[in-house]
Design a protein around this ligand. Structure first.
Ligand code: GTP
Ligand code: MG
Length: 418
């Protein structure tokens, strides 16, 4: 059978501009542009956009009644398939709006979750996305289905009855539990790997930043990692770690991470915590900023806020203003420490960036030779568990070890150092 190419879903965007104190929590020209990019990434087509100015969102229908009628008429005339709101809707809002417009109603969170679902490749990523989706869904389950069944039947209006709804809910809760347990196992495994890496005395640099800033491109430039880098939001969901050896022999572990975005759904942050925390565990953060974006300052702010939330707000940071090949570099950089203009595409100034990283790498490890007398043999187990043992020799006076150990754990071998 010949494959029929599916027509793109025709989408209308809706937001309310409240003039909130924190513009990052408001609907602005920028957040609407970003929403359009998200729709594109998810495979839809934006055919219209409505932004209403009002002091707050309407509890019942998000926008005001008059605006909703205007939107409904536009949708009917333009053959629109779905409305997407710039903020998370409640179940009741979805129900009320759907009753008026009679097409699918969804929001920014659901859209981001949808993109994550398309992109997740690893077991961990898939579990995390499904978990976030189910948790988002659960309180909205009564929403459209119950309401639409009251609409009087027809395609797309048949909802499950209350019994079915209750069993659906029970099923989802069960699935959430199973997934949470699986995720815990996966995370534990990752911690073991991470611990092994830590012991090796190689500093970890996490590449973090707003989505589409060029993080994967930079990792690829440095290590030929072959990570998918493309002009789409959230190209990377799973952290990729690569070792990089500099000219002077310094070794670094570079970790590519999932990108940040404003209004990241709360459930997603929770489900992806283990992935996002990869950043928090680094020795140094490499913050990649798209300096060609007119919104780069806001993007820096969003990234910083999320880092704070993840407990990584006080890590040493090197900031790179990327895409210098297409940005206007005559504009002075925002005043941040340890910053440099680079291009991950052409490699411009990447050497300068590495110099800055080397300069601020904390010296946390010590290379030592220790002699453990045979009657203190019980000390060997904690040494092997916490240090990298590079050499072992049995001498007349005891076991002679060459080790690399974290400064914080020095007390384990204190008194036996040669
Ligand atoms: N002109 C130019 N384009 C770049 C540069 N670095 C990255 N890009 C482009 O920017 C787009 C996004 O790059 P990625 O490396 O996928 O960005 P990312 O930060 O990993 O994005 P996510 O994984 O989605 O968070 C791609 O089309 C890259 O080719 C650069 O220095 N100059
Ligand atoms: Mg990426």
């Amino acid at each position: 059978m010949e494959e029929i190419k599916e027509a793109k879903e025709r989408v209308v965007l809706v937001g309310v501009h409240t003039g909130a104190l924190n513009p990052l929590e408001d609907t602005t020209e920028e957040s609407m542009e970003e929403l359009a990019l998200l729709v594109e990434t998810a495979g839809g087509e934006v055919v219209g956009e409505f932004v209403q100015n009002r002091p707050g969102i309407d509890k019942g229908t998000f926008v005001g009644d008059g605006k909703l009628i205007e939107i409904r008429d536009f949708c009917q005339m333009n053959d629109v398939d779905a409305l997407i709101f710039d903020d998370e809707l409640t179940g009741a809002q979805i129900r009320n709006i759907e009753r008026e417009v009679k097409i699918k109603v969804t929001d920014r969170s659901a859209l981001i979750l949808d993109i994550f679902a398309q992109r997740a490749l690893t077991r961990e990523g898939k579990i995390q996305v499904e978990l976030a989706q189910l948790k988002y869904m659960l309180p909205r389950l009564t929403g459209s289905s119950a309401n639409l069944s009251r609409l009087g039947g027809g395609i797309g209006t048949r909802g499950p009855g209350e019994t079915k709804l209750e069993s659906d809910r029970r099923h989802i809760r069960g699935r959430i539990l199973t997934l949470s347990q699986r995720l815990e196992e996966v995370v534990k495994n990752r911690e073991i790997q991470r611990h092994a890496r830590k012991k090796e005395n190689i500093p970890q640099i996490s590449i973090i930043g707003y989505t589409n800033a060029g993080k994967s491109t930079l990792l690829n430039y440095l290590t030929d990692a072959g990570v998918l880098a493309e002009d789409k939001l959230f190209a990377t969901l799973d952290p990729t770690a690569r070792k990089l050896t500099l000219e002077d022999g310094t070794e670094l572990i570079l970790v590519d991470t999932v990108g940040f975005i404003r209004k990241l759904p709360h459930h997603l942050i929770k489900a992806f915590r283990s992935t996002l925390e990869e950043a928090a565990l680094a020795d140094v953060l490499l913050h990649v900023v798209d300096s060609s974006s007119s919104y780069c300052c806001e993007q820096i702010e969003v990234t910083k806020k999320l880092l704070d939330e993840l407990g990584a707000g006080s890590k040493p940071v090197v900031t790179v203003f990327n895409k210098a090949d297409i940005a206007d570099t005559s504009v002075p950089m925002p005043p941040v420490e340890n910053a440099v203009y680079i291009s991950a595409k052409t490699g411009k100034n990447v050497d300068k960036m590495l110099e800055i990283i080397k300069k601020i790498l904390p010296e946390t490890k010590m290379n030592l030779r220790v002699l453990i007398p045979y009657d203190k043999g019980a000390l060997l187990a904690p040494i092997y568990a916490n240090a990298v043992v590079k050499g072992e020799e049995h001498t007349e006076d005891g076991t002679l070890l060459e080790i690399i150990i974290d400064k914080k754990l020095f007390s384990i071998v204190e008194g036996y150092v040669l």
